[in-house]
Write a protein that binds this ligand. Structure first.
Ligand SMILES: [Zn+2]
Ligand SMILES: [Zn+2]
Length: 129
């Protein structure tokens, strides 16, 4: 009865693609090209069999970063455009980037917003890996 034990399998009602069921694709979005991490397990209707599933981390993308996103001062154009990690300045692509959510941004007295993005290692750590 330890609270440190992982959550039990999730009982999935709807159909699950074979790739997701077998842990070959992100359980939430079906991504296969990304780095996939173990993310608990599922059971399907009519069977007691437990299937370990994986996630690409997409469920965590909306999470508030553990550390605040750096101020826009001192960031490169690429970082402001979201084509480089805000922490380590490594180039990121739509495939690899983790969105950190829109932030208000003031430039030359114009209010707008920017969309900071991070590489996966930095996003995992909430800061430079
Ligand atoms: Zn995913
Ligand atoms: Zn980074």
């Amino acid at each position: 009865m330890s609270t440190a034990e992982p959550a039990g399998p999730i009982h999935v009602q709807g159909p699950v693609s074979i790739a997701r069921q077998h842990g070959e694709a992100c359980f939430h979005c079906g991504a296969v090209a990304k780095t996939l991490y173990a993310d608990g397990s599922i059971t399907l209707p009519g069977s007691d069999r437990v299937w370990p599933v994986v996630t690409c981390g997409c469920r965590r993308q909306a999470a508030v970063p553990a550390r605040p996103v750096p101020s826009t001062k001192g960031l490169s154009e690429d970082q402001l455009r979201g084509t480089a990690c805000v922490w380590c300045d490594k180039p990121v692509t739509t495939e690899t980037a983790v969105d950190l959510g829109a932030r208000p941004y003031r430039r030359l007295d114009v209010r707008s917003s920017w969309f900071p993005r991070a590489c996966e290692p930095c996003a995992e750590n909430g800061g430079p890996a």
